[in-house]
Design a protein around this ligand. Structure first.
Ligand code: HXC
Length: 503
């Protein structure tokens, strides 16, 4: 064998060993927990044969507590670049078989390199997280490593889409990087996110709690809103990442992918003419409206189980990606509360940052009042949504279906917040408040008189606050036509260092 052949053989062997991460025993333990390894996950995520790995031979440099004895090639993360449906993406997958995926300084350097390369190339970053947090043996170095990752998450926020998938226990620093990214997907039953696990909670606060109760996918997808999606399995989580990518662009300067459809732009939806109940206090399901007006009835909902009084998500209309924000009259009458405001504000800001037009469907009785909401700062949180809509410069098209009262009317992409095209159905009630409240204040005025004068779309139409009153069945093509006319929209903001969003 020539010297060159021997060197090639040694390389092949070393690569094979590196691919074993923490070794067969730990790989088996990972499988026994119903989890895949980092490399198996990347193989599912990326187009076959597209993965280019970086830094496979990087070692950790820690010598504390005997850790110098074990220097697996690549340390606890697999990094590189590949394609998904032919589009370039940058990826890192933490390898739980190496020190529980805990973050060493060299792991941080690998992840930072991926983030920097994605930022330079203008391509999305996907992180598959499975980590015990800061590597305890490395002390301050591992904290510095987290800090350097966080800084890059922040710098590239709004430049390239960042998606985090949580595929195991993620504690400490391992949860803050996902929190800085655009979307977080958790796997039910095998993934957890918490600052510290149940054992530490017990010792600090005395509270007894399970992993699932403290930071499982269900908790974060429905109670805290930390997770945008709860996936039934790792395969489902990967499918959700791919679905998400199909609606969003490579970066803030690139257009979102177009999806050709055979669903006619001019398709009328007769069922919408009958969807609003005669009784104004009766609910109807906003999902029915969304599915009726978007291409092929397909809607990718974000935060499905969190603040269900508002619906946000992606769809295509006439082949183009849109962000839909809609009040849900079937849940708390579609009222805006703290969680709904935060949820929608975050979504509006993502769409605006990445040039995805906003379609807003309004049926909102107002903001939720009472001590619970006031003590939780509904004023500041409601202002987040107001701010998000007001600063958004992407094309904005709004349709008011029924109620649009008071402050909530202004917030929900009204004309006064530089919305481009605002339509209303004949059933719209665009008013300062509903009749019941108004007659309490205006003595001597009957509900009938108030309704006649104010609870309709024509006051707003007569003053030019909406562009037109439209037949519900025409909504799809009227919105698509408005969006087409707005494709070249250019709008700026006054010069500033950055805004001061009410946080
Ligand atoms: C070093 C770690 C580690 C860590 C796990 N390991 N976490 N090594 N630093 N943070 C190692 C274990 O020693 C073990 O090594 C292997 O990974 C697998 O861990 P197990 O405990 O056996 O696995 P499991 O039972 O599945 O439990 C996983 C876990 C638990 C829930 C993640 O390991 C755990 O609670 N780890 C500590 C979590 C934590 O408190 N992190 C916070 C760090 S502070 P061997 O060799 O035995 O296989 C932090 C601050 C940053 O992150 C703040 C920034 C804002």
């Amino acid at each position: 064998m020539s010297i060159q052949s021997e060197k090639i053989k040694a390389l092949v062997e070393r690569r094979a060993e590196a691919r074993m991460g923490g070794g067969q025993k730990r790989i088996d333990a990972q499988h026994a927990k119903g989890k895949k390894t980092a490399r198996e996950r990347l193989a599912l995520l990326l187009d076959e044969g597209s993965f280019e790995e970086f830094d496979m031979f990087v070692h950790h440099r820690c010598v504390n507590f005997g850790t110098d004895a074990s220097h697996p090639d690549g340390d606890g993360v697999v990094c590189g670049q590949g394609t998904i449906d032919g589009r370039p993406v940058y990826v890192f997958a933490q390898d739980f078989t190496v020190s529980g995926g805990s973050l060493s300084k060299t792991m941080s350097e690998k992840i930072c390199k991926v983030l920097d390369m994605a930022g330079r190339a203008g391509a999305p970053v996907i992180g598959l997280n499975d980590s015990g947090g800061a590597r305890i043996q490395e002390g301050i170095d591992s904290l510095a490593g987290y800090g350097e990752i966080f800084e890059r998450n922040i710098l590239y926020s709004g430049v390239v889409p960042q998606i985090s998938c949580i595929m195991g226990p993620c504690a400490g620093g391992a949860v803050y990087s996902p929190a800085l990214t655009d979307f977080t997907i958790m796997v039910e039953g095998t993934s957890y996110m918490y600052l510290t696990g149940p054992a530490v909670v017990k010792s600090v606060t005395g509270e007894t709690v399970t992993h699932d109760e403290l930071g499982g996918a269900g908790v974060h997808a429905s109670k805290s809103g930390v997770a945008h999606f709860a996936a039934a399995s790792e395969d489902d989580a990967i499918a959700k990442i791919k679905a998400l990518l199909s609606y969003i662009p490579q970066n803030n300067l690139a257009p979102a992918p177009v999806r050709p459809t055979s669903d006619p732009v001019g398709r009328l939806s007769d069922s919408l003419n009958d969807i609003i109940p005669d009784n104004p206090n009766k609910a109807y399901d906003m999902y029915g409206v969304i599915r009726e007006i978007v291409d092929d009835g397909e809607f990718l909902e974000i935060h499905r189980d969190y603040a269900r009084n508002i619906i946000v998500g992606f769809a295509h209309m006439g082949g183009k990606s849109v962000g839909i924000v809609a009040n849900q009259p079937a849940m708390l009458a579609g009222v805006l509360d703290i969680n709904a405001s935060r949820k929608a504000a975050r979504f509006v800001r993502f769409c605006d940052a990445f040039g995805i037009p906003l379609v807003t469907l309004v049926d909102v009785p107002g903001f939720l009042c009472g001590t619970q909401q006031e003590y939780g700062a509904i004023i500041t949180n409601g202002a987040k949504l107001l701010y998000a809509y007001g600063e958004a410069t992407v094309p904005k098209v709004t349709v008011t279906l029924r109620k649009s009262y008071g402050g909530a009317h202004i917030v929900m992409s009204s004309k006064y917040l530089r919305s481009d095209v605002n339509y209303a159905w004949p059933s719209a009630e665009i008013a300062v408040m509903g009749a019941k409240g108004a007659v309490e204040v205006l003595k001597g005025v009957t509900e009938e008189e108030y309704n006649e004068l104010f609870c309709n779309p024509y006051q707003a139409a007569e003053k030019g606050y909406i562009e037109d009153v439209i037949e519900p069945r025409n909504t799809r093509f009227r919105v698509i036509r408005a969006l087409a006319a707005l494709e070249g929209k250019r709008q700026g903001l006054p010069d500033k260092k950055h805004d001061n969003l009410p946080l």
